[in-house]
Design a protein. Structure first.
Length: 136
């Protein structure tokens, strides 16, 4: 493969962005239409994205074909929803409301990023029904 000339001025995002998952926390981006190879990659990217902006989110609905994350603050409208599509097989961001009205969480800002990710994964694994409220 030849290297693709970079276009710094372009706002165009490559549609298939799962390599995004391995990006440093500060560089993770999310947007509608973005595709991931697995839901796990989606969830990882969502966690990193929110760690970067100092917000706490959790996954309200997760199964093998879709995943929805919302903010811990019930009054905050931030949410992202990802669902499987069959052709081409991938997990695509369907809904993304990227506006936190909640206040920045200083705890997460100072916490070690890796620790936060591990801690969140542990919590989700141990308490799959962590749903505090049902989104819509
Ligand atoms: Zn929020």
């Amino acid at each position: 493969m030849h290297s693709i000339p970079s276009d710094e001025d372009s706002d165009e995002t490559p549609v298939f962005s799962q390599s995004n998952v391995d990006a440093p926390v500060s560089q993770v981006r999310l947007e509608v239409g973005m595709e991931f190879e697995t839901l796990n990659q989606f969830r990882k990217a969502v966690r990193k994205f929110n760690i970067n902006i100092g917000r706490s989110i959790f996954f309200a609905r997760c199964d093998s074909t879709r995943s929805k994350a919302i903010c811990y603050d019930e009054d905050c409208p931030w949410q992202i929803y990802c669902a499987k599509r069959t052709f081409p097989a991938s997990y695509q961001v369907k809904t993304f409301f990227n506006e936190h009205t909640c206040s920045r969480d200083s705890h997460y800002k100072s916490a070690d990023e890796k620790w936060v990710i591990d801690e969140l994964e542990e919590r989700i694994r141990v308490q799959p029904n962590l749903t505090v409220r049902e989104a819509d």
